[in-house]
Design a protein. Structure first.
Length: 307
C-alpha cells in the first residue's frame, strides 16, 4: 500500500458529525436566509443561527456570506446543494420509507419450490388471479430441491410448498389439507359399485416411489396387504393417471389431483375402503425475507388460491 494512502472509515468519520444538521443545511442552501430557513423547518431564528455556526465549523466554510443587503452562497455551498439533497432523498425514500409492493404495476418474478403434484392444486387458480390483478408478475416453478435454498442468503426460492411430514425450523403455515382416493380406469370391469379391501389386494397397483421410499398412505396400504401387487412404479404423481388409463391397474392419488385429472384421463375416482393417513401441505418461507411486501402478497394469494 502506498504510504500516502490512508484507509478511510465512513462510520468512524460520521460518528463525529451531527447528521441532524443536514436538513437544516438543505434549508439554508435553498432559502439563502437564516430567517426563511428557520421558518421552513420550524425552528426559531436563534436556533437556526446556531445551526449555521455549527455547520460552518464542521464544513470549514462560511456557506452563507452577506453581499450588500442579501446573503449569497459560497462556492462550496453551491457545490453542496446537489449532494445534500441526494442524501436526504435517499434516506427518506430508501431508508425511512417502508418498502411497498403494487401488484398491478409490478414486473417481479416469484419463484415457488414444489413438486408438480403439490403445485397443481394451487397454481392454476393463482395464475388466474395474476392475470386479472397482477398482469406483469411472473411465476417460476422450481424443483423441490430449491427448498434448501430458502435457508441460504443466495437462495432463489421465495416460498416452498412442503408436505407436513418434512421437518423444518423455518416458519410454516398450513396451505391445504389433502387426503387419498383410489383411481381406476372408468371401464375397469373388475371393480363393482364400491371399492373393497379385496379389490385392493387382488388388483395390480401403480405406486409412487421417491428415493426408494413410499408415502405414508402407500406404506399403510402395504402393511395391511403385505403381498400387494405392484405392477408399475413411477417417480411423479402426474404419471399415475395416464398409466392407469386403459388398464386393470389402480393407484392411490391425492384427492385434489385426482379430481383435476380424472376426466381428461378417463378415470373413476373412488373412496378407499380403509383409512389412510392424510397428507397436508404447508407454505414455508425464510424469516429473513418475511417482511418483504411482495412475498407477503404472494403468500396471501397462495392461501386464497386453495380456499
Amino acid at each position: 500500500m502506498n504510504s500516502d494512502t490512508r484507509p478511510t472509515n465512513t462510520v468512524t468519520g460520521l460518528h463525529r458529525v451531527d447528521l441532524n444538521l443536514l436538513p437544516l443545511l438543505a434549508a439554508l442552501l435553498e432559502h439563502r436566509s437564516v430567517t426563511r430557513a428557520a421558518q421552513a423547518v420550524g425552528l426559531t431564528q436563534p436556533a437556526m443561527s446556531n445551526a449555521l455556526q455549527r455547520l460552518r465549523r464542521t464544513l470549514g466554510d462560511e456557506l452563507l456570506v452577506r453581499v450588500g443587503r442579501h446573503y449569497v452562497l459560497t462556492t462550496r455551498a453551491c457545490a453542496l446543494a446537489g449532494p445534500v439533497n441526494l442524501i436526504l432523498e435517499t434516506a427518506t425514500n430508501q431508508v425511512l420509507t417502508p418498502p411497498t409492493f403494487d401488484p398491478a404495476t409490478s414486473d417481479r418474478t416469484f419463484r415457488i419450490a414444489a413438486t408438480s403434484a403439490t403445485a397443481l392444486p394451487v397454481l392454476p387458480a393463482l395464475s388466474a388471479t395474476l392475470a386479472l390483478s397482477a398482469p406483469g408478475v411472473r411465476l417460476q416453478l422450481e424443483p423441490p430441491e430449491s427448498f434448501m435454498a430458502l435457508t441460504r442468503a443466495d437462495g432463489t426460492a421465495d416460498v416452498t410448498l412442503l408436505p407436513d411430514t418434512v421437518p423444518t425450523t423455518l416458519p410454516r403455515e398450513r396451505l391445504y389439507h389433502e387426503d387419498w382416493v383410489v383411481v381406476a380406469d372408468a371401464n375397469n370391469e373388475r371393480i363393482g359399485a364400491t371399492l373393497t379391501v379385496d379389490d385392493l389386494a387382488r388388483l395390480p397397483h401403480v405406486v409412487f416411489e421417491w428415493e426408494g421410499g413410499w408415502v405414508g398412505a402407500q406404506q399403510a396400504l402395504a402393511q395391511l396387504i403385505p403381498d400387494l401387487v405392484v405392477q408399475c412404479v413411477v417417480f411423479e404423481f402426474l404419471m399415475i393417471p395416464p398409466m392407469v388409463r386403459g388398464t386393470p391397474m389402480i393407484a392411490l392419488l391425492q384427492r385434489r389431483l385426482a379430481q383435476r385429472l380424472a376426466a381428461q384421463n378417463g378415470l373413476r375416482v373412488m373412496e378407499s375402503p380403509i383409512p389412510l393417513p392424510s397428507l397436508d401441505i404447508d407454505l414455508v418461507w425464510n424469516p429473513r425475507t418475511a417482511g418483504d411486501p411482495g412475498r407477503k402478497w404472494l403468500r396471501k394469494q397462495l392461501m386464497r388460491a386453495v380456499h
